[in-house]
Design a binder for this molecule. Sequence first.
Ligand SMILES: [Cu+2]
Length: 197
Amino acid sequence: MNAMSVPHALRAFAFVAAFLCFPAVGYATTAPISKGATLLIHGNTLVAAWIPGTKRAASIDAVMRNKDKAFVPEVIVIPVGSTVRFPNEDPFFHSIYAENSPDDFDIGFYGPGPGKVVRFLHPGTVNVHCHIHVFMHGIIVVADGIAARGNDGRVLLHGVPAGRHIVDAVFADGRTQRVTVTIAANVRALSLRVAPR
Ligand SMILES: [Cu+2]
């Protein structure tokens, strides 16, 4: 079988597999060694990324508003143990919940006002929906490691120590894809491309 006869789907799979097995291309910078490497993760519809188990940041009290039948912001990244309050800024009820996540919740129906508070104790991706407005979708990434929100499909993770790491990449549809990356001791910055499977 020559290359031209390989079915297109198989070639596409091989292309993606190559990315996942050898995802990292390093380039040198002059950043101090003690601060670790900066990892740039990029991919279509990427909204957040984190490295489980690398660092436990202090918990925070975050806010995800309900406004115009949408979550504002649509994506938040919080350290494990943090709380999120869901103020309702619309003149009607919402009823938001999460299921099949590490931290499921259902806070029931609530009208305009400051909203209820939920604490998230387990790392992972929480997809938030509304019983009333089924198109509403928010993402809460509960991280126990170096984590950041994306900007236009790019996430920067700073202070990543050398070694082999798991990276959980979160996409706009709420799916999380796990990839691995190895950062050599002399590498200060690394670029990693991810694509949803
Ligand atoms: Cu709603």
